[in-house]
Design a protein around this ligand. Structure first.
Ligand code: GTP
Ligand code: MG
Length: 198
């Protein structure tokens, strides 16, 4: 799929105030600093569309970007900046869980995972939260440029193993990406294109 336009629409801290349009929507979520905003910029080919920073905690609001005039990419604040708590609702800011639980236009959540890290408890908790809330999601491994080729497969397997250990019957689709090299761009855009047709 070709991106012909990508425009910032609105930032807000209330799910209820998100754009009312009934068009397909894909949300980027994951730990602070994992590369959510960078991936949005990489996919849209616009380095200054979403604000990025080397310091965690840059994105603080729900940000809607309208793509090709007919679907949304949503940049969300990161989680896991503070400590892990047993209660998902206490760990993930309420306006984020409100967003996931009320946003009917959401087709699929893209959960970003830093490929360099061992499976993180907070990510596994977030998968469980999405599963329990019946929200479809896929995994996107980020920063693949930072590790060797052989380590990529191992990192993916480690996460899958951790999910199987938590009794996931089915593993979600995944993509390996780098916002530096553009790796994964075509595959993700093709995946979105397919979902947009449904
Ligand atoms: P928050 O908004 O704070 O939750 O962070 P975020 O997940 O939006 O991360 P962001 O896109 O701001 O990127 C965080 C840092 O990681 C920045 O310094 C980016 O340049 C860097 N980064 C993001 N993606 C990649 C990547 O694929 N490769 C490399 N090498 N660096 C990356
Ligand atoms: Mg961000």
């Amino acid at each position: 799929m070709k991106i012909t336009s990508a425009k910032f629409v609105i930032s807000n801290s209330e799910a209820a105030k998100c754009p009312p349009e009934r068009i397909p929507e894909y949300a980027f979520i994951g730990r602070s600093n994992v590369g959510k905003s960078s991936l949005i910029n990489m996919l849209t080919g616009n380095k200054s569309l979403a604000k990025t920073s080397a310091k965690p905690g840059k994105t603080q609001l729900i940000n809607h970007f309208k793509i090709n005039e007919n679907w949304f990419l949503v940049d969300l604040p990161g989680y896991g900046y503070a400590k892990v708590s047993k209660k998902v609702k206490a760990t993930f800011q309420k306006f984020i869980t409100d967003y996931f639980e009320t946003r009917e236009q959401l087709v699929c959540a893209f959960v970003l995972i830093d490929i360099r890290l061992e499976p993180q408890k907070i990510d596994l908790e977030f998968f469980t939260y999405l599963g329990e809330s019946q929200i479809p999601f896929i995994m996107i491994f980020t920063k693949a440029d930072k590790i060797g080729v052989t380590k990529v497969d191992q990192a993916v397997k480690n996460y899958q193993k951790a999910m199987l250990a938590e009794n996931w019957a089915e593993l979600p689709p995944y993509f390996v990406t780098s916002s530096e090299t553009g790796r994964g761009r075509e595959e993700i855009l093709a995946y979105i294109d397919e979902l947009n047709q449904d």
